[in-house]
Design a protein around this ligand. Structure first.
Ligand code: NAI
Length: 496
């Protein structure tokens, strides 16, 4: 619509509860707080109008208030229908100085338990800004994304404006899910009638995007390869201080958190199956092992399969363990990893969940079509699916968060300290692109990683809090290794 809303959250009276959690999270997010101290005066993001789409959690609240402390204006939505913490959303709308009756914070469009229609309306709202004076463009000029839905909406909107259609396989996160594709198409059709040049205008004014996760980065490289990328992008995920920390150690914490809050079923002594042994899979497998479970991993990549074997895990196919595993967790970022046939052949009361970005890893639509299957809500985001026909009659499985990422659906995502690493990369990425894209050759339209020296800076900002004492390189040692004592310490190809 022409007059964008101010906010849409569950309940502003939750703001005080959210503010207490934000205050405690700030203590656990030294990287973000250090950036506030370093850049608060210089205001490098003054003039930045950031459309942000990341799970609206307490940690994201600290990210948002860091961006505004550096001068940015921000509008925010969650990048998943179940991942919002309503108290954090309320606190951000109310703002540190406002009250629920007179909110003075940031416009947020997010609540836990959105429908798909609401989800895409919220994503639209972060790209709609109040009109500027004298008809001057006052829309977003930066995107901060997680999974790429905001970025894809602009790209697909533009395709829709030009040819009245979008290539079917790029419509939404879940290209095979016609429900979601239909929702996005309906939105694009409406916008075309209301405002025929909206996406062209927004696309022309976006300086760049910083992308949080593996799956979103994958989409950006696909767009760039197809020659369709509209603006420079920073791949935040592949900063070492992001994927080798958040994806691994974050999951090691938040996967068991989600399973415990959802089911409170003991993991020790049980068999846990983890699909995928990338960064997320490594954290997941370690979490189960730490609880005393026997872990079985599946992989399609021989290097990761060998790593899993060397780490002491059995590597098998899902078909081999259907009647053996008590937990089935997908971490692949791939589709159709657990099929309806797999789901209907699992051990009685097996717990099934996904922590990859999109819900296409588990065929939930196929499960609903199994003859005679019934669905019982145990509590929000926990469902028992019972088979009533054939030899499976009477057996059931427990599915978490309807197949959507369970660490955010059933719990509150990764803890603050690890997210401080990820989000410090995000803020540095925003500063890099906003201050440099278009003004020099440093960030042409392509997908970029942050320079290693900045990656090392992010790590450095988190050492004191953990009492780490680093060894100093002597000048002659630095000379011997051929590196600068101030870094970077490793070659680009080093893998950590
Ligand atoms: P990755 O690329 O490091 O790992 C994925 C692994 O899955 C790869 O090793 C790949 O070979 C394997 N794989 C692909 N298809 C498979 C199949 N059919 N069966 C078995 N293995 C298969 O990616 P990463 O960083 O581990 O991320 C995985 C997913 O998790 C992505 O969607 C990412 O966006 C998401 N993510 C979710 C987080 C959360 O908080 N829930 C946090 C970070 C990432």
């Amino acid at each position: 619509s022409e007059s964008p809303g101010n906010y849409k959250v569950r309940d502003l009276s939750l703001a005080e509860a959210g503010r207490h959690q934000i205050r405690l999270a700030e203590h656990e997010m030294p990287g973000l707080m250090a950036l506030r101290a370093e850049y608060g005066e210089a205001q490098p993001l003054a003039g930045a109008r950031i459309a942000g789409s990341i799970h609206m959690t307490v940690q994201t609240a600290v990210l948002i208030e860091t961006l505004t402390a550096l001068g940015a204006q921000v509008r925010w939505a969650s990048c998943n229908i179940f991942s919002t913490q309503d108290e954090a959303a309320a606190a951000i709308v109310v703002g540190p100085q406002g009250t629920p009756d007179a909110p003075s914070g940031v416009p947020v469009f997010a609540w836990k338990g959105e429908s798909l229609e609401e989800y895409w309306e919220c994503t639209e709202q972060i790209l709609l800004w109040p009109a500027g004076a004298d008809g001057e463009y006052a829309g977003p000029n930066m995107i901060l994304d997680d999974g790429g839905d905001a970025t894809l909406l602009v790209h697909n909107g533009l395709a829709y404006e030009r040819v009245g259609a979008v290539p079917a396989d790029t419509v939404a996160g879940e290209p095979d899910h016609s429900d979601e594709a239909n929702v996005v198409h309906a939105l694009l059709r409406r916008v075309l009638q209301e405002d025929p040049l909206r996406w062209t205008t927004i696309g022309e004014n976006i300086l760049g995007v910083t992308e949080e996760t593996t799956t979103g980065v994958h989409r950006l490289y696909q767009l760039a390869e197809a020659g369709q990328l509209l603006f420079p992008a920073i791949n935040v995920n592949d900063s070492v201080t992001k994927s080798k920390f958040d994806n691994k150690y974050g999951i090691r914490h938040s996967l068991p958190d989600g399973i415990n809050r959802a089911t409170d079923v003991l993991m020790g002594g049980k068999v846990a199956f983890v699909a995928g042994y990338g960064d997320v899979g490594k954290g997941a497998a370690e979490a189960f092992r730490g609880q005393g479970a026997r872990v079985i991993v599946s992989e399609i990549d021989p290097i990761c399969a060998l790593q899993a074997a060397m780490d002491g895990y059995q590597v098998a196919r899902i078909e081999d363990v259907l009647d053996e595993a008590d937990f089935f967790i997908t971490t692949t970022g791939n589709k159709d990893v657990i099929t309806a046939a797999h789901l209907s052949a699992m051990k009685n009361k097996a717990i099934v969940g996904n922590i990859g970005h999109f819900d296409n890893e588990i065929d939930m639509a196929g499960l609903a079509l199994v003859p005679g299957v019934t669905r019982t809500e145990i509590k929000a985001q926990v469902h028992e699916w019972t088979f009533t026909e054939g030899e499976r009659a009477g057996r059931s499985i427990i599915v978490l968060s309807e197949g959507r990422l369970l660490n955010l659906g059933n719990a509150t995502g990764h803890p603050s300290f690890v997210m401080s690493n990820s989000f410090t990369n995000q803020v540095i990425g925003q500063i890099e692109v906003f201050t440099k894209a278009g003004t020099d050759e440093e960030y042409p339209v392509a997908v970029h990683r942050l320079p290693k020296i900045l990656d090392e800076k992010v790590a450095r900002l988190h050492l004191d809090a953990l009492g780490v004492r680093m060894t100093e390189l002597s000048p002659s040692q630095a000379d011997y290794l051929g590196i600068d004592p101030a870094g970077p310490y490793k070659a680009e190809h080093y893998r950590y």
